[in-house]
Design a protein around this ligand. Sequence first.
Ligand code: C2O
Length: 340
Amino acid sequence: ANPVSPDFSKCTTTVDPDINCCPPRPGTEIIDFVASAKQAYERKPAHDASETYIQQYSKAITKMKSLNLTDPRNFYQQANVHCVYCDEGYPQSGYPSQKLDVHRSWFFFPWHRMYLYFFERICKNLLDDDTFTLPFWQWDDASGMEMPGLMYNDTKLSLYDCLRDPNHLPPTVIDLAFSRKDRMKPPIPPNIQIKYNLSTMYTQMITQSPTPQKFFGQPLRAGDKPDPGEGSIESLPHNCVHDWTGDPAQPNVEDMGVLYAAGRDPIFYAHHGNIDRMWYIYNNVLKGKNITDGDWLNSSFIFYNEEAKPVRVKIQDSLDITKLGYTYPDLTLEWKKYKP
Ligand code: C2O
């Protein structure tokens, strides 16, 4: 058996541009994860959030941003956690010359689920409110196909980020199949774009996801080269939403358009909330199965918990979200009727 795990003691990054995104190295022992949620709270769509919720969430992010930079719960250190796992910061344990990347492989869904889980735990802790949950950007429904502006486009809130495409701010309708060269094309009328998006969702969730491997992505076992191949949803709309959101005037379409910086835009966590919800829908609505390969189930990653301590989580511990303390509402899935 060859499950993958990072060698946490040997982080090195030299990404382009030349930044080191290794988060602080803990002096403490790595704890094994135990799901301890007593109750599951519902995550909600960002575009529908109440003023009170927006204020709360903004307060949590302000607190995260003002933690000391030596604290791995600091907002920018959390962005770095994403950066090291995408820019090959850790070698694989047991294979010092083989780097690890959680993208473009079968680790995409479970790694990001656990990343959001710990981010949510940190917010709950800083707000001292166990009922707090992260929002999701419901771009798969007509009602959520623009940036959730009240939450993310208010310069007075810590949820705002100035590094976004100024031509894609609300009320611009997103193109879920967007690619960078599309910036040159004239915009499609919103009502038509919405229909295209719905059929994109049908195609990716159903047509392109006939097997667990197609949905999750290609296997990556210990010792393998990174990036064996991405699953249906990772390639589209996941990558497209990143590219569409980032600022093309920046050298690498920062923040959202490049992996090393994506986590610096608070909207990242709402985008990935919806990616995670697609996994939930795949299991619970479309009755898609998870991967059962032991190398997947036993692969593990290290995150920081709400006490700033490193925790090792196996993929098998990420499969049941109620054990992680959250659920998703069962919303109408209009795209199920949009078979192209
Ligand atoms: Cu780790 Cu949306 O990328």
